[in-house]
Design a protein around this ligand. Sequence first.
Ligand code: HEC
Ligand code: HEC
Length: 320
Amino acid sequence: MDDRFNTIAGWTLFGGIVALGLSTLSSHYFEADKHHRPETMGYAIAGVEAEGGGAAKPLPLANLLAQGDVAKGEKIFAKCKACHTIDQGAANGIGPNLWGIVGDNKAEGRGGYAFSDALKAVGGKWTFDDLNKWLTSPKAFADGTKMTFAGISDPQDRADVILYLNSMGSNEPLPAPEAIPAAGDESGGEKAVAVVGDPAKGEKVFAKCRSCHTIDKGGANGIGPNLYGVPGEQIANSADRGGFAFSDALKAHSGDKWTEANLDKWLTSPKSFADGTKMTFAGLPKEQDRADVIAYLNSQGGSLTLGGGDAAPAADAEKK
Ligand code: HEC
Ligand code: HEC
């Protein structure tokens, strides 16, 4: 069975590579892509992203965190377990226990763990950025560290494991991702909700939400409230959400409803929508992903008429 799976997976991968190769080849051969940019731009402007190039520029950490996967991070953490425990109150090993490490002071406390002078000298808190650098190469970050671990080279793997660390006793708010316009969207994505969502695709996007939310009718609250029927409902209505204890930040919006436009804003960046929210999820930078997941939410007991007309429901909410 396993073998067969591997064979199928192998051929699927091979097919993908061939297809990729062919499309690259043909676009070169036929020069299909007329508005091709020169391979290297004359000069780089600080803060301006190279367009198009795709693979050339890795996504910023905030975006990798936003699209990251806590469950994958937990798997990657297997590499760390040789030296680290992470459960609250667990013993130090070769390395210190890592419960609540994100946002905590570096090389301090941790049940009296004897840190190297190298790491102690770095000082400050473990921000997302510093953890990202540390896990890229502990030695480059703190030359002389006792953590004899080469590092994780894949940026998404690092982001995933950092998300997992954050889920274990920290829950620091994630940085807001940089907006990345949808493919073919030249406007920079600043327009109102105009993209039509696909609930089936949205269900896949919702995998990112499942670590904190159930959505089936009557499902239990987790880190976040059950989301059945939320679209069209009052924001942060604890009585309708099985007594979920919402943050004051989100409750401040409870005079309003979860319209399509509000959901879109919330899912772009929960923190910008309600500064101080308990939803430590960076947001979905892609407009299409948001539209899809909103369509999915709405298909699970929601009562919105979707389609970008955000004016009408908002006006409704105003009247009360
Ligand atoms: C071979 C053992 C080993 C492995 C594997 C390892 N670490 Fe460490 N880790 C250490 C040691 C030892 C220290 C203390 C470093 C020092 O004092 O210089 C440390 C320190 C840390 C710290 C700093 C803790 C603090 O209180 O400041 C973090 C964060 C960390 N490790 C995360 C990880 C993660 C995540 C992984 C897996 C991707 C990992 N480590 C893999 C041994 C290891
Ligand atoms: C890390 C955990 C976490 C993840 C991941 C997460 N959420 Fe949340 N969510 C929360 C928490 C906690 C709240 C309550 C926020 C508050 O009170 O400030 C919340 C609140 C909400 C609400 C408001 C519910 C209401 O009744 O007002 C919606 C809608 C929502 N989340 C949708 C999503 C969607 C869609 C995703 C995935 C794209 C997602 N969340 C991912 C934790 C999470």
